[in-house]
Design a protein around this ligand. Structure first.
Ligand code: EPZ
Length: 418
């Protein structure tokens, strides 16, 4: 099994360019089931994207990935479509459940493995099924599979989500694309990745009015023949490198960053005392000293993202006073805490709130990655720790961070995969 070795305390200098967004690419790939020919640019070369590509091939799409160009070409020639998403492909990547909406909309039936829980929480899919039922699908659960059909096709409906879910909003949008009539979705997620999906569906010819938490889709769309789309850059990767730069940077520039969607995070970093110069598509971070404590609470966008909570926690170990993080999205997303404690961090958890005392000297240790963002928080801790940090189970990192080591190495970090 591969490990990462990090020798900490290097002063980082250089430029990091962000990759395409994993969480924007995944639903757009699922949307390609509804299309004929698609060319997607700026895709990140990470494991989850390859798994989704494999799932689409299994379903019957032609999928060609051109690694060098960060390009994926998809074609649905409808010859041999398999409306099944098997367990082996959905179990490693929950976003596999996003093929449910498009399969139902286009082929009127689907059998998709239930994704099950994962390290960060139980992560049910009841809200996805709630929306699809409202659109007229008959759904049962059998042998670990969601078996759904809509013999006469889906019909537009009014759907008010009882709580906000990124994936359920995406699945509902994808299903509404093929539903007859008007669908009104309310209490929707408004993450930038959802806006990218809406842009893509509009390019396919779908009429969508977006009012933030309320989205109106005029469905029964027949896709335009060829769609060319460039995926937005990865805001969570961006936030991760912003934290790395504030922690260990002498002078780091982050490029290909859409600073409009980072307003909150940048404001938090500034409030903590980070020295940041913001331009339209880049951010310059200079050596920052005497960081101040802060309290944050994870919320759906535009609130603070749960996917950056672990990374900011490392920053809080270096800030003066007791900082707090309340995790409101997932019930078990403090798995990095015991590992950070082993490196010397002083963190207490009560209910869903972590209290982090800083500044604390971190020392390298052998630690274990548990999920994607927890893993990267250990990398960040390793960058500032004394001695050597060894991170085990780094396959989690490969699910979502493109060329992490080489991006950090280019900035003079001492990091090696063995
Ligand atoms: C997306 O997951 C992201 N994944 C996650 O990124 C991210 O953490 C999450 O949104 C929140 O921002 C992708 O985009 C592929 P949700 P998703 O449905 O869609 C509950 C990463 O590290 N819920 O918005 O699965 C759920 O349990 C990952 O890149 C239900 O109760 O998240 C959670 O508490 C991890 N029933 C809350 O809603 C449902 O049917 C929000 O989950 C669906 C969700």
């Amino acid at each position: 099994m591969q490990k990462l070795l990090i020798s900490g305390k290097r002063k980082l200098k250089g430029t990091i360019s962000l990759s395409g967004s994993k969480n924007a690419t995944l639903p757009i790939l699922a949307a390609s089931i509804l299309a004929n020919k698609v060319k997607l640019n700026n895709i990140p070369l990470v494991k989850d994207i390859f798994t989704m590509a494999e799932l689409l091939r299994y379903i019957g799409l032609k999928v060609k990935i051109k690694n060098f160009k960060r390009l994926i070409e998809l074609e649905n020639n409808e010859k041999k479509i398999n409306t099944l998403a098997p367990y082996k492909l959905v179990k490693t990547m929950r976003a596999g459940v996003l093929v449910l909406g498009p399969l139902l909309a286009k082929y009127r039936k689907a059998k998709v493995s239930l994704p099950g829980g994962c390290a960060i929480g139980t992560r049910p899919v009841d809200l996805h099924l709630f929306a699809l039922k409202k659109l007229g699908a008959k759904i049962k659960i059998k042998d670990g599979y969601i078996i759904a059909e809509a013999r006469k096709g889906l019909r537009g409906a009014q759907i008010k989500f009882p709580s906000i879910s990124v994936g359920a909003t995406e699945n509902a949008l994808l299903a509404a694309f093929g539903a007859k009539g008007k669908t009104i979705l309310s209490n929707c997620a408004t993450e930038p990745e959802i806006l990218d999906l809406i842009m893509f569906l509009r390019k396919m010819g779908c009429k969508i009015e977006n009012f933030g938490r309320k989205i109106i889709v005029r469905g029964n769309t027949k896709s335009k023949n060829f769609i060319n789309h460039k995926v937005i850059s990865d805001r969570i990767e961006g936030g991760t490198y912003l934290v790395a730069a504030v922690l260990a940077g002498e002078k780091i520039t982050i490029n290909k960053i859409d600073t409009n969607i980072f307003k909150n995070e940048l404001a938090i970093l500034k409030k903590m005392g980070a020295r940041i110069v913001i331009s339209k598509n880049s951010v310059l971070i200079m050596k920052s000293k005497n960081l101040k404590k802060i309290s944050i609470s994870t919320k759906p966008y535009p609130g603070f993202p749960t996917d950056l909570q672990a990374q900011f926690m490392v920053l809080m170990t270096q800030s003066k006073g007791v900082s707090k993080i309340k995790e409101n999205i997932f019930e078990n997303r403090f798995m990095h805490v015991p590992e950070l404690r082993r490196m010397g961090a002083k963190i207490e958890i009560k209910n869903q709130t972590a209290s982090i005392l800083g500044p604390t000297k971190l020392t390298g240790a052998e630690v274990m990655a548990t999920d994607l963002r927890a893993s990267v928080s250990l990398v960040l801790a390793g960058l500032i720790a004394d001695n050597r940090t060894i991170i085990n189970r780094i396959y989690h990192l490969d699910r979502g961070y493109e060329f992490l080591e080489s991006k950090l190495k280019k900035c003079k970090a001492k990091i090696k995969r063995i």
